[in-house]
Design a protein around this ligand. Structure first.
Ligand code: SAM
Ligand code: MD0
Ligand code: SF4
Length: 364
């Protein structure tokens, strides 16, 4: 019993979705076939299958991640990002630990399950004494809120990573954006592909849970997407994401169009089919609260980029979208989830998932 009636669907579709539901590995051609679906009813079957798999591992419960971008200064020049060093059209700030602490407490009180501490590669944290500053900041937020932490710092030295592991930081997030080396070179200008990949392996060895991610709409082919799925599996990532590229004023890709959202939705669904027990985000940073429903319907089980209103903190790809309007809060997200028959998990449920993941008791 699959719980889905596939009768009337094309035999190829039925075969692929049955296989996914049985958690048998899909061949590259099958993934490509599913990524190529265009018809509404067929897509609906794909999304339904993704939801069924999500329900198998997570029931109706969803995790909420608070986002704290504590510095928007960056030494890098990623072609897609508004925070690239030469961009003068973006608001720069660097939060003190007290300012950050205040926002962190607001998020914690609102009921988020985790705080994602993110920065541009701010030179302040790379000069003499910078790593200690970063570690001090992390310790301060941990003591102040007691919440599980994720760190999204870009690349760091293995020593700094190791110190963060000792502080008890649970997650290391670092997105390759693509696993096609020549596309990577055009996106993460001047950054070493292997160093970035290796940091994630180092993080795993240090006991972190890790998040890998890709961008949709930056010139990737369907085969590139399949290769990224394979790279995520090989890495053993615990959280896997895709975000649609949003063009940014003042950057080399400012005139490159944002992709049709169906591409991101199909990738979310495929991620669920391939990684049924892993965490898959729906980011509010791409299309705001209006974009939540379709992403949840495609199989996501985490909502990211919750930002406290009027804290002066920004997002990334739509850096101020709906922040001060209060649309990116736990309260607003929870009421949207309720309308979809979903609900925010308890802190205990999230802690339980982390414990099982850290004890490697996830399947697959
Ligand atoms: N600086 C760190 C790094 O690059 O790893 C962490 C912060 S960085 C802003 C986080 C992620 O935001 C990037 O890895 C990328 O996936 C995403 N991002 C940046 N600019 C974007 C854009 N224009 N559209 C969509 N996602 C974007
Ligand atoms: C998000 N703006 O979740 C955040 C960010 C970094 N770990 C996450 C890209 O959409
Ligand atoms: Fe800097 Fe990260 Fe933006 Fe690249 S993606 S420019 S490393 S903030």
């Amino acid at each position: 019993m699959t719980g889905i009636n596939f009768s009337g669907s094309r035999p190829e579709l039925e075969k692929c979705l049955e296989k996914a539901l049985a958690e048998k590995p899909l061949a590259d051609e099958e993934i490509l076939y599913l990524l190529g679906l265009e018809e509404r009813e067929e897509l609906e079957q794909l999304f339904k299958t993704a939801r069924l798999l999500r329900e198998r591992y997570f029931g109706r419960k969803v995790f909420l991640y608070g986002f704290l971008l504590f510095s928007t200064w960056c030494r890098n020049r990623c072609s897609f990002c508004c925070y690239r060093a030469p961009n003068s059209l973006v608001r720069r700030y660097r939060k003190t630990r007290e300012e950050l602490g205040e926002a962190a407490v607001k998020l914690a009180e609102s009921g988020v399950h985790l705080l994602d501490l993110t920065m541009g590669e701010d030179p302040l944290y790379y000069r003499e004494g910078g790593e200690e500053r970063l570690i001090g900041m992390v310790r301060f937020i941990k003591n102040k809120t007691g919440l599980p932490l994720m760190i999204s710092p870009g690349t760091l030295s293995p020593a700094a990573l190791s110190a963060l592991a000792r502080e008890g930081v649970k997650w290391f997030a670092c997105y390759q954006e693509t696993h096609n080396r020549s596309l990577y070179r055009r996106l993460r200008l001047g950054q070493d592909y292997d160093y970035r990949m290796e940091m994630k392996r180092t993080a795993l060895r240090l006991g972190f849970l890790i998040e890998e991610g890709i961008l949709a709409g930056v010139g990737e082919t369907p085969v590139d997407i399949v290769n990224s799925f394979r790279a995520m599996a090989e890495l053993g990532a615990h959280q896997v994401r895709v975000m649609s590229f949003i063009p940014q004023a003042g950057t080399p890709l400012e005139d490159h169009p944002t992709p049709p959202r169906l591409r991101e939705l199909k990738i979310i669904a495929l991620l669920r089919l391939l990684f049924p027990d892993r965490l898959i985000p729906a980011s509010l940073d791409v299309d705001g609260i209006e974009g939540l429903k379709t992403r949840m319907e495609a199989g996501a089980n985490v909502v990211t980029s919750l930002i406290p209103p009027r804290s002066g903190l920004q997002g990334v790809s739509n850096s101020t979208l709906q922040v001060d309007e209060g649309c990116r809060t736990a309260e607003r997200v929870s009421s949207e989830l309720a309308r979809m028959g979903l609900a925010a998990a308890t802190a205990r449920e999230y802690a339980g998932w982390i414990r099982r993941a850290q004890n490697s008791r996830l399947t697959g």
